[in-house]
Design a binder for this molecule. Structure first.
Ligand SMILES: *[C@@H]1O[C@H](CO)[C@@H](O)[C@H](O)[C@H]1NC(C)=O
Ligand SMILES: *[C@@H]1O[C@H](CO)[C@@H](O)[C@H](O)[C@H]1NC(C)=O
Length: 279
């Protein structure tokens, strides 16, 4: 049927082919759910930039939300975001591992750092190609004990993922796993083998400039994060120390929080009220 239709249209094909080949961006009107106004920063962003962070906060997608969540709600939404992400990727058979602040959160208590508002994960170049080929713009519906009505999560792949070069600095994020209710998301970056690295073979580079020797990343280790199975780089401690300094692995006061060893939780430190000094 499809072939017949195409064959019947050769005359108009040339007229419309430009429009057909030029794939439409996932703009507000093509993906919107509940919002009436597009709060993505796309109008202020350079034309070549694919992902647009919202005008009200860089860690929210303005196509899906108009405001930041309060502390506790954000913590829960981020927890559900990584749980559904890890479950989905295990399900579709794509290997992914925790990185950056998310790996640091894992180090402390296998949870997201409560002052973070995004999560970071990586995949291999082959995996990113597979995701782009088969799962772009796929919506995954999840019900969790906390969200019995269910929630839609969207996997969106940056078409610039095929550009391997760090000079493409407006598109260092290769894909996002987006909570279409809160607008929060997970940044997915690709670790690509660097064939021209001065250190020789075996170096993985990301478009954001991070570099790792492959033996530090692979074989990945199996663990848990936010209560679900997850993977981390083989030499996680060295990777964390290189990125955050060894202090970050022992310092128990950070970003207005104190690490409670007994509860194994980061607890917000309440600011002491200034003592009243009569004038
Ligand atoms: C994913 O789909 C969106 C919306 O159609 C499109 O803009 C984008 O280029 C696609 N990404 C890839 C890798 O094809
Ligand atoms: C390879 O590594 C060099 C040196 O760090 C860097 O300048 C270059 O951008 C990297 N290439 C890729 C494809 O990441």
């Amino acid at each position: 049927m499809r072939v017949a239709w195409l064959l019947a249209l050769p005359a108009v094909l040339s007229v419309t082919s430009a429009a057909v080949l030029h794939r439409r961006n996932a703009d507000f009107y093509s993906v919107r759910t509940k919002m009436h106004q597009d709060l993505s920063g796309r109008l202020g962003d350079p034309k070549e930039k694919y992902f647009h962070e919202s005008v009200f906060h860089p860690h929210y997608d303005g196509r899906f939300a108009s405001e930041q969540l309060p502390y506790t709600e954000r913590k829960q939404a981020l927890s559900n975001l990584i749980q559904t992400y890890l479950a989905t990727f295990a399900d579709i058979g794509v290997e992914t591992w925790l990185m950056h602040g998310t790996l640091l959160g894992w180090w402390w208590n296998r949870k997201i750092l409560p002052w973070d508002s995004d999560s970071d994960v990586q995949v291999s170049e082959e995996s990113m190609k597979y995701l782009a080929s088969y799962y772009n713009m796929t919506i995954f519906h999840y019900k969790t004990p906390r969200i019995p009505e269910g929630r839609d999560y969207m996997l969106e792949i940056n078409p610039h993922y095929i550009n391997r070069e760090q000079t493409d600095n407006l598109n260092v994020i290769d894909a996002r796993w987006i909570d279409t209710d809160s607008g929060l998301f997970i940044d997915i970056t690709t670790a690509r083998y660097n064939y021209t690295h001065p250190a020789g073979k075996g170096i993985l580079s990301c478009k954001d400039g991070h570099e790792y020797r492959d033996t530090y990343v692979f074989p990945l280790r199996d663990t848990f994060f936010e209560g679900v199975p997850a993977k981390i780089p083989y030499a996680y401690k060295e990777i964390l120390e290189a990125e955050y300094q060894s202090k970050a692995l022992i310092q128990t006061e950070f970003e207005g929080h104190r690490f409670d060893q007994e509860k194994s939780e980061w607890i917000p430190v309440l600011k002491k009220a200034k003592p009243y000094v009569p004038q």
